[in-house]
Design a protein around this ligand. Structure first.
Ligand SMILES: Nc1nc2c(ncn2[C@@H]2O[C@H](COP(=O)(O)OP(=O)(O)OP(=O)(O)O)[C@@H](O)[C@H]2O)c(=O)[nH]1
Ligand SMILES: [Mg+2]
Length: 636
């Protein structure tokens, strides 16, 4: 059984609801107010099965100009439209507007139904037919079948059904292998069951027990029951009108415009990149940054239009634009939409979503325009390459690739594999899989090499930079997880060398230039001069006009080389001076057995400031051991 959605369109009172009733026997005007006023206010739903094995879900829309927004919500998902024109009135304002909306929302086929045939004579019918044919030339209904009919007498109904059967042969059913997406058009409660939503399933299949999420709110729930065309089923498929009973979500938490999707799969976005077609019938130019209302599927949201390649869009023109939305909604690549104004009420244009979660774009950026061009007409490979490239240093995860391109996992893999083997795209994280473009990878690598080089230039005495330190220098808008592959690539090129927890430059030795040799000589000299009371770092800094940090580096190096003796973090002695003090101390202890600080002071002639660190140093060296306030020689 093939499932298709059939919808009505046309001016108020032209006989849409009567036509649906003539075809199906179902009166879709359910509301009291609809009955009283004789007009349709809400979307109406019916269904029709044709002998050829086609099952139509039918959406009947209101024709009143005040309810165009409701009409728009009904068009989402239509495979086929019946453009209803009453013979006695001919083409009227909403005939035009509805036709334009159907065109913008991607309805590809339809049948023109001239209703109320019983009210006119044949000559008149010929005139109207001609007028309609002329008008439709150039629209998606040019050349569409045309059926004249009377809902009153039933004349023409059989012919219309035959046309429907014929036309539906060539229409492909919506994709059932994609994730399910159900835009909600009605919400109600059924006593004993709870919350029920209805809608046209745009893709995939939804089954009893499925875990769902309602976007944009993100409320989670479970499918308790599914009805398709009023009958209980285990699974509803794409193209069917469904009523879905949801567990765990309250009636008040849902409204028309919400979308039911698998839990955790999609993320609503507050901007979309689109192809924007501006209707020739639009009353004035569209300015950059104008605010309009975007309608897609069953929702509408205010949107600021960022024209990406111009300042004005004239009626009849088309361009790339970014729509910044007043609140996040779920749109996917290829989704059609219309834009309208409310005062005065008018449909101005519409188009197709190209990138449903884009970054803020700079206007007139050649890169952005190229990306959108590819999204619109490029090959899969080109689209994926540009998507990854446009993510720059932050890289693009596989999941985001799927969301932003609208491609299935299989298609993405097929597009990715030649890109990976050509090196145009690199996988930098395994789980989840994240990719970087070639240029971004190379640029990040240069950044890292630059950090390594400049660190070592600033710290000539260091063997290398700490691994974590280097990792922390990856640019903020990138990701520390990329560090491993970046470093590995630098190593492969011989531009870095991992050595346990430091990263070195191959072939470089911690060492000093001539100038620095001079500085070291002066340091040694200063320590020797100070002898038992060497200068502090601060004093050295002033004397040698040098930063303390740099001096400390040099002193540490000197101490590693045995050219200075380190007594404490920043206290250094000339090796000879320390050896002399040590000798004196050992001789004293050998003779006297123990030494108190005061005695040490008499022995060496040093002030307290120098004496204490020295005594502690000898304890630490395990030369002496402290007993009360005295020191004795440590045995062994
Ligand atoms: N004589 C005659 N009257 C018709 C025919 N079809 C519809 N009507 C009448 O036209 C009026 C409007 O019909 P509806 O079917 O409600 O029109 P509609 O297009 O659904 O109107 P809205 O939903 O409000 O836009 C009703 O009074 C119908 O009885 C027809 O084929 N012949
Ligand atoms: Mg109606």
């Amino acid at each position: 059984m093939k499932h298709l959605i059939l919808g009505t369109a046309g001016h108020i009172d032209h006989g849409k609801t009567s036509l649906v009733k003539a075809l199906t026997g179902i009166d879709t005007d359910r509301l009291k107010e609809e009955k009283a006023r004789g007009i349709t206010i809400e979307l109406g739903f019916a269904h029709l099965e044709l002998p050829g094995g086609v099952h139509f879900g039918i959406v009947d829309v209101p024709g009143h100009e005040r309810f165009v927004r409701t009409m728009v919500a009904g068009v989402g998902g239509m495979d086929l439209v019946l453009l209803v024109i009453a013979c006695d009135e001919g083409i009227m304002p909403q005939t035009r507007e509805h036709l334009e909306i159907c065109g913008l929302l991607g309805v590809k086929r339809g049948i023109v139904v001239l209703t109320k045939k019983d009210l006119v004579d044949l000559d008149w019918l010929d005139l109207v037919t001609e007028e309609v044919r002329d008008y439709l030339a150039g629209s998606f209904l040019a050349g569409a079948p045309l059926v004249a009919l009377s809902a009153r007498s039933g004349e023409g109904s059989a012919e219309l059904k035959a046309e429907l059967a014929r036309l539906s042969d060539g229409i492909e059913q919506k994709r059932t292998d994609a994730p399910f997406r159900l835009p909600v058009d009605r919400v109600f409660t059924v006593t004993g069951f709870g919350t029920v939503v209805t809608g046209t399933l745009l893709s995939g299949g939804i089954s009893v027990g499925d875990e769902v999420e309602v976007l944009p709110g993100g409320k989670g729930g479970r499918v308790r029951g599914v009805q398709s065309f009023g009958a209980k089923v285990e699974r509803g498929g794409a193209g069917e009108r469904l009523a879905v009973n949801l567990q765990g979500i309250e009636h008040a938490e849902l409204k028309r415009g919400d979308v039911v999707v698998p839990r955790g799969l999609y993320r609503p976005a507050s901007a979309v990149d689109v192809r924007l077609d501006y209707l020739a019938s639009a009353p004035r130019d569209l300015r950059h940054r104008a605010t309009l209302r975007l309608h897609s599927a069953t929702y509408e949201v205010p949107a600021k239009v960022i024209l990406l390649d111009r300042d004005l869009l004239k009626p009849g023109e088309s361009c790339f634009a970014q729509l910044r939305l007043a609140r996040p909604v779920l749109l996917l690549p290829g989704d059609p939409f219309v834009v309208r104004t409310y005062s005065p009420q008018a449909t101005l244009g519409g188009g197709t979503v190209l990138d449903p979660d884009p970054p803020r774009r700079r206007r007139r950026s050649a890169e952005a325009l190229e990306l959108l061009q590819a999204a619109e007409s490029g090959s899969d490979q080109e689209r994926i390459r540009l998507l990854v490239e446009s993510a720059l240093y932050s890289g693009l995860a596989l999941e985001d690739m799927a969301n932003r391109s609208g491609m299935s996992g299989k298609r993405i893999e097929a597009a990715l594999s030649p890109l990976l083997s050509a090196g145009a795209v690199l996988q930098v994280v395994k789980e989840p899989r994240i990719f970087l473009g070639r240029d971004a990878f190379a640029a990040l690598k240069e950044r890292l090499a630059g950090e390594l080089n400049s660190y070592l230039a600033e710290n000539p005495m260091q063997e290398g930079i700490g691994r974590e330190e280097l990792k922390s220098r990856i640019p903020k808008r990138s990701d520390p997880r990329f560090f491993g592959p970046l470093l590995a690539s630098l190593e492969k090129e011989g531009r870095a060398l991992s050595d346990r927890d430091i990263v070195r430059l191959p072939g470089r030795k911690a060492g000093v230039s001539l100038d620095q040799a001079g500085l070291q000589g002066m340091l040694e000299e200063a320590l020797r001069k100070g002898w038992g009371e060497p200068p502090t770092l601060k004093e050295l800094g002033c004397a040698l006009n040098c930063t303390e940090k740099k001096l400390l580096d040099h002193l540490n190096l000197l101490s590693r080389e045995g050219r200075a003796a380190k007594v404490k973090g920043d206290v250094f002695y000339a090796p000879g001076a320390l050896a002399e003090i040590r000798e004196k101390l050992v001789a004293y202890l050998r003779e006297k057995g123990a030494i108190a600080p005061l005695e040490f002071r008499e022995l060496t002639g040093l002030s307290r400031k120098f004496m204490i660190p020295l005594l502690e140093f000898f304890d630490q060296e395990k030369l002496t051991i402290r007993l009360g306030d005295k020191r004795v020689l440590r045995k062994g």
